[in-house]
Write a protein that binds this ligand. Structure first.
Ligand SMILES: NC(=O)C1=CN([C@@H]2O[C@H](COP(=O)(O)OP(=O)(O)OC[C@H]3O[C@@H](n4cnc5c(N)ncnc54)[C@H](OP(=O)(O)O)[C@@H]3O)[C@@H](O)[C@H]2O)C=CC1
Ligand SMILES: Nc1nc(=O)c2c([nH]1)NC[C@@H]1CN(c3ccc(C(=O)N[C@@H](CCC(=O)O)C(=O)O)cc3)C=[N+]21
Length: 286
């Protein structure tokens, strides 16, 4: 029997904690603030940004969405980031990816004050994650949300074999670091991996983040494995599907996240959680 991990339900629990934290901060005269900057009019990005703004407002936070034209120059974007870095009403800054070609994404990541780096992408914060640094710092929200889901379902990575397919800065690499810090034995696979499917079959915990619809099927899953599907893909009919073929995984996986309703809601809930933490922490990323 395959059990479905209800990401929406876990996100609800996280959001309830965030609402309490927002109320506690309000009593101290602090309102957590998030600024989301979006360059261009990519349809998927527009949906994600709208969802973030709606959730932040609903939780009582100060939420700013800065929509910029696709022709925005790198210097213009850097100036806007500098203004939010200096703005005391903003605790978290997120620059939605992808960015247009004229903008150097790593340079933008570096320009965000690490104390306001709500995505956890700044090298200072990535370095802290890799070194399992003590103290408070932001961690990429999608992998962090996945760790929250695993804990909620009683899946302890310690001693388990984990395979992460995908090596992006936003998902794959921080996911592998979190699982390593949680004492799993971790393999990172990617488009150059020889015999990807054989590697996948070794996993007790399989995280798939490639953007390739239905790359992984039931035959690639170890019986009883926990399968986390990060993909936000479209099938041939334009329907939202994941990187895992959900139907063929049934009866093989022990636990599996659906798309939609799995990782996505957790990403948004964790982003809100991180924003509140950045407003609260005094010792974050000096
Ligand atoms: N639900 C959520 O909250 C989120 C969902 N997403 C979704 O997750 C997916 C991945 O996102 P992201 O990490 O940003 O994507 P990227 O495109 O940055 O990275 C994709 C990774 O997958 C690897 N890959 C691509 N094709 C294959 C293949 N055929 N076999 C093995 N590995 C492959 C790439 O390998 P290589 O490095 O060799 O090119 C790369 O490392 C997307 O669908 C995205 O929309 C992303 C963020 C959050
Ligand atoms: N700087 C930056 N930070 C990000 O965190 C970031 C980003 N850029 N660029 C794009 C990806 C993607 N991402 C998602 C957020 C929510 C859902 C989500 O809410 N998904 C819903 C469904 C949404 C729908 O119906 O289309 C679900 O899975 O149930 C998905 C994907 C954040 N990203």
């Amino acid at each position: 029997m395959t059990k479905i991990i209800d990401g929406k339900a876990v996100a609800k629990k996280v959001n309830a904690q965030t609402a309490t934290a927002v109320a506690e901060l309000a009593a101290q005269g602090i309102q957590p603030g998030i600024a989301v900057i979006i360059v261009g009019d990519d349809a998927a990005s527009q949906i994600y940004v709208r969802n973030k703004n709606r959730k932040a407002t609903k939780l009582g936070m100060h939420s700013v969405v800065r929509q910029l034209p696709a022709t925005t120059s790198q210097d213009e974007l850097l100036a806007i980031i500098a203004a939010y870095n200096a703005d005391d009403s903003i605790h978290g800054i997120l620059v939605q990816s992808p960015l247009p070609a004229q903008i150097n994404e790593p340079l933008i990541t570096m320009a965000i004050d690490p104390k306001k780096d709500v995505d956890g992408f700044h090298p200072t914060n990535v370095g802290k994650l890799i070194t399992n640094f003590p103290g408070n710092y932001p961690v990429a929200n999608t992998p962090r949300g996945i760790m929250t889901m695993l804990a909620d379902y009683g899946v302890d990575p310690a001693g388990k074999t984990a395979v992460v397919i995908g090596r992006s800065t936003i998902v794959g690499k921080p996911m592998a670091a979190l699982l390593t810090n949680a004492n799993a034995t971790v393999t990172i696979a990617h488009s150059k991996t020889a015999d990807l499917k054989a590697v996948a079959r070794t996993a007790d915990i399989l995280v798939v983040a490639t953007g390739i619809a239905h790359l992984i099927t039931g035959a690639d899953i170890k019986p009883g494995a926990t399968v986390i599907d990060v993909g936000m893909d479209r099938d041939e009919n334009g329907k939202l599907v994941g990187d895992v073929d959900f139907d063929s995984a049934q009866g093989i996986a022990g636990l599996i996240t659906p798309v939609p309703g799995g990782v996505g809601p957790m990403t948004i809930a964790t982003l809100m959680q991180t924003t509140v933490e950045l407003a609260k922490w005094s010792d974050v990323s000096e």
